[in-house]
Design a protein around this ligand. Structure first.
Ligand SMILES: NC(=O)c1ccc[n+]([C@@H]2O[C@H](COP(=O)([O-])OP(=O)(O)OC[C@H]3O[C@@H](n4cnc5c(N)ncnc54)[C@H](O)[C@@H]3O)[C@@H](O)[C@H]2O)c1
Length: 336
């Protein structure tokens, strides 16, 4: 069977993130927008043609069966949405986190596999130009031996998230980044959480751990900060790379070669502070790159670098290990 000239995509859930998927699908020259489903309507006015807006998936399918669908419903709803799409033979790009629990994530993977369909997870940070370039530089050996990967993802609470806490909703980004950048699975994790804003789930986590490669990591993630920060810092033998994924900026702080005999400077700044380089990057919208890549994958391109469902499960499983660690006050081993 030959792939359609313009793969068609639908969006389930026209909320905060679904509206952006809909925007891109409607404007991309190589993709076709089949429609969007949201029982509460189109609160952000994302769909241009009202005849492409549906209250149920069945209504959409009666109108037009898409090649793939983006699952952008609340996390607890991912599994039922994927079940319904798989029954209709539609490939799925599932927003992160893959599911609300490891058990649901495993079931979701089985549903997609048993239907003979293709699926991937929307860990959109992997399409951020700053992180892509950081990873490329690490692989090329720019830092030499990597000592640690630390991430910061903090900001105010997005009022809409009710079904999961900050560990599953936000820290899954970081746990995926750490694993992807570090190139090895998480071996163990230790975490502390806080519940400070009166919600059922935790709103702050400090997680530290080690990858099976030996690299250490630390993630600071919360919904309690008055300013939004999205930063990944990799420290290695020859210096430090810092990615700001809000601005898509990447900076390299090299270890200095020069030494000084000026004692106060030596003491205060350290002798190894070297040149700082701010890289000029080609900046494409990460969500657009994610959709293009997934559409190619869904249409049979095995080279398309999507985040696999198994990688999505891994992030959820490590998030659960972090919650377990926080509850038990112990370091938790993360096995396969
Ligand atoms: N990749 C990212 O950076 C990113 C950013 C935000 C959210 N997300 C993820 O996307 C998902 C949605 O988050 P959000 O912030 O957009 O939530 P949201 O609450 O803003 O939107 C969810 C929408 O889904 C609709 N919905 C509920 N059940 C549905 C169903 N069965 N069929 C169709 N629509 C349904 C709701 O009416 C709502 O409009 C979550 O899993 C979240 O973790 C990812």
């Amino acid at each position: 069977m030959t792939a359609p000239a313009r793969p068609s995509g639908a969006v389930l859930g026209l909320g905060m993130i679904g509206r952006h998927h809909a925007r891109i699908l409607q404007s991309h020259p190589d993709l076709r927008f089949a429609g969007a489903v949201d029982p509460t309507g189109d609160r952000y006015g994302a769909v241009h043609d009202p005849s492409r807006l549906f209250g149920t998936l069945d209504e959409l399918l009666e109108h037009d069966r898409p090649d793939f669908a983006v699952v952008a419903v609340p996390t607890e709803e991912h599994l039922p949405a994927v079940r319904a799409l798989a029954a209709a033979g539609v490939h799925v790009l599932v927003e992160k986190p893959l599911a609300a629990s490891g058990a649901q994530a495993r079931e979701l993977i089985a549903v997609v596999r048993d239907a003979g369909l293709r699926g991937a997870v929307g860990h959109v940070e992997r399409c951020n130009p700053a992180l892509l370039d950081l990873r490329r530089r690490l692989r090329a050996g720019q830092l030499g031996d990597v000592f640690s990967i630390t991430t910061t993802r903090v900001g105010p609470f997005p009022d809409r998230i009710r079904d999961v806490g900050v560990v599953k909703d936000l820290a899954t980004h970081d746990l995926d980044i750490v694993r992807w950048i570090g190139g090895a699975p998480v071996q163990r994790v230790s975490a502390e959480v806080e519940h400070r804003a009166g919600r059922e789930h935790e709103d702050l986590v400090l997680a530290v751990g080690r990858l099976t490669s030996g690299t250490t990591f630390a993630c600071t993630v919360d919904w309690l900060s008055p300013a939004k920060v999205r930063r990944t810092r990799v420290l290695g033998e020859r210096g430090m790379l810092v990615a700001d994924t809000l601005a898509a900026d990447l900076t390299f702080h090299a270890n200095g070669e020069a030494s000084t005999d000026w004692a106060p400077i030596q003491q205060f700044r350290g002798v190894s502070e070297g040149d700082t380089t701010h890289y000029a990057l080609e900046r494409r919208e990460p969500l657009l790159v994610e959709l293009e890549t997934f559409a190619a994958f869904a249409m049979g391109d095995d080279e398309a670098e999507v985040v696999t469902l198994e990688e999505g499960l891994e992030a959820v499983a490590v998030a659960e290990a972090a919650l377990d660690s926080a509850q038990r006050g112990e370091t938790v081993q993360c096995g396969p």
